[in-house]
Write a protein that binds this ligand. Sequence first.
Ligand SMILES: [Zn+2]
Ligand SMILES: [Zn+2]
Length: 213
Amino acid sequence: MGIGVKQIELGPLANFIYLIADPVARDCAVVDPAWDVPEISKALAENGWNLSKIIITHNHPDHTNGVGRMLKAHDVPVYVHRADSYALREFGKNVRSSESGDKIRIGALEATLLHTPGHTEGSQCLWVEDRLVSGDTLFIGGCGRVDLPNSDPEKMYRSLRKIATLPDKTLVFPGHHYAEARCAPLLGEKGGNPYLKVSATRGLEDFLSLVGM
Ligand SMILES: [Zn+2]
Ligand SMILES: [Zn+2]
């Protein structure tokens, strides 16, 4: 089955915004619309894709500050994990509070939302066709901050352990361009990303000392 993935780097924090599409049906979801909404709209138009939903990996503003402007042009549902949905309540009827395991259709594609708390309580990843859009949970070579007000390092440890059980051929698409690579196979991250490796192979104490908690 075909899948279209467009990765767009925007904003002062090197955020990655994703368009995930069924190129045959021309149906498209945007993950974490932020910063430069005209640039996102331009990418949609260039590919001839129709936006049918917004998916939010977590409620930090650098991932959500384009939602309101996107909704002005596209009256579509906004999927956010229920634990992070409070920050989007201004979007009222458009908000869909999601749970782990929820399925989202993008044309003929079926995407699964995986709850991966730790960076925020409601952080979630999108898993579709052996791609994992990992937000600020898993970066290439790193993981998201766990020292913020809604962070929990122990939950991050368990979330990274869960991600490590996904198929090795999974490609990781992170929420920021913090490493040289823009995406990377999960197999390589399991060996080369110390946060993922320690989570998958060692106890909680080792993870906590790695993150300095
Ligand atoms: Zn964040
Ligand atoms: Zn971020």
